[in-house]
Design a protein around this ligand. Structure first.
Ligand code: ADP
Ligand code: MG
Length: 319
């Protein structure tokens, strides 16, 4: 099967919102009046970002999910994406499952595949997403204010738990592993929450490299610090309800786990009810985990008001 037949069979569908879709030298897009375009790119490399044991369907889902998560973190509505694929061979079963996982998530968010590139080589999936935001309403990392509450959506740490089990560092009951594995392999990008926080959140980021690292980006960009509440963090891991995870384990997973694809955001205490209403409307649970401080740095407080200093930093590709 040649490159063009492959694209035609697995990825090309009639253009919907695009002025020009797959098949020409460039895709062409007409933005809606009064909107700005938001772009983000994320690449998945085998062995680095996913294990060879993952199903192609989950991989297709995750490749787009991690990109959509960046749009959510800016408050953008997804519109279109480009798919650049490097494949060792044209395996029809693999391509069929991969494209189904990818396009099912794309359809769920009306995000149209408008082009890309296909080449032979080591398995590597690079996606560029484009979204729209009403003019001037993008939610940045650099605008958190002293005194803001800090919230996080959904659950943290479970994806890391699954990874530790895959690596043979840990063993957990099967039901716990199944739950954690689903969080690792098929993350749910928080699109609806992201857009509902426009005009409410002062700053936002998605949690892809661990809470400490990604909240750290907000703190650095905004020139502020944070005080986090340990009892609130202890509620964040989904699998903790089904398994007695040791404290050292859940604390590390929640703070530095990575691959969570949740949203961490800040908002003034006066907007707490509006924030809660927005999250109810989006069907996404949130937890208030702390407060922005004028002193730089990040402090963790335990149940007794004592400062805790965890002896680990967030996962970093270049560490
Ligand atoms: P060019 O040689 O002009 O770069 P290509 O021959 O690479 O174009 O691709 C032909 C068309 O197919 C283009 O519209 C391109 O965007 C699209 N395309 C290529 N690979 C993919 C892919 N993996 N998914 C979606 N569209 C693709
Ligand atoms: Mg090309």
């Amino acid at each position: 099967m040649g490159e063009f037949e492959l694209i035609e069979r697995y990825f090309k569908r009639p253009a919907r919102q695009a002025a020009v879709g797959i098949g020409d030298d460039c895709a062409v897009w007409t933005p809606r009046p009064g909107h700005q375009l938001a772009f983000s790119a994320d690449m998945l490399v085998e062995g680095r970002h996913f294990l060879s044991t993952v199903s192609p369907r989950s991989l297709g889902h995750k490749a787009l999910a991690v990109n959509l998560s960046d749009l959510a973190a800016s408050g953008a509505t997804p519109r279109a994406f480009l798919l650049s694929l490097s494949l060792p061979r044209a395996d029809e079963d693999w391509l069929s499952d991969f494209s189904q996982g990818l396009l099912a998530l794309a359809d769920a968010h009306c995000c149209e595949l408008i082009g890309g590139d296909t080449t032979r080589g080591p398995l590597n999936i690079a996606i560029t997403v484009m979204g729209e935001i009403p003019h001037g309403q993008a939610i940045l990392r650099s605008t958190a204010q002293t005194g803001d509450d800090i919230y996080v959506s959904g659950h943290l740490g479970d994806a890391r738990l699954a990874l530790e089990v895959f690596r043979g560092h840990l063993s957990v009951p099967q039901a716990v592993f199944d739950l954690a594995r689903a969080r690792l392999e098929t993350p749910i990008p928080r699109m609806s929450l992201g857009t509902s926080l426009r005009g409410l959140a002062t700053a936002m980021a998605d949690v892809s490299d661990g809470l400490l690292g990604d909240l750290g980006h907000i703190l650095k960009a905004s020139g502020v610090g944070a005080q986090l509440n340990l009892p609130a963090l202890s509620q964040l891991m989904l699998t903790r309800q089904a398994w007695d995870c040791p404290r050292e384990c859940w604390l590390r997973c929640v703070l530095t786990g990575g691959d969570d694809y949740e949203l961490v955001f800040t908002a003034p205490p006066a907007l707490q009810h509006a924030v809660e209403a927005a999250t109810l409307g989006s069907g996404t649970p949130i937890t208030r985990i702390g407060r922005i401080t004028s002193d730089s740095g990040l402090i963790l407080m335990d149940d007794n008001g004592n400062v805790v200093r965890p002896a680990f930093s967030s996962f970093d590709h270049f560490a």
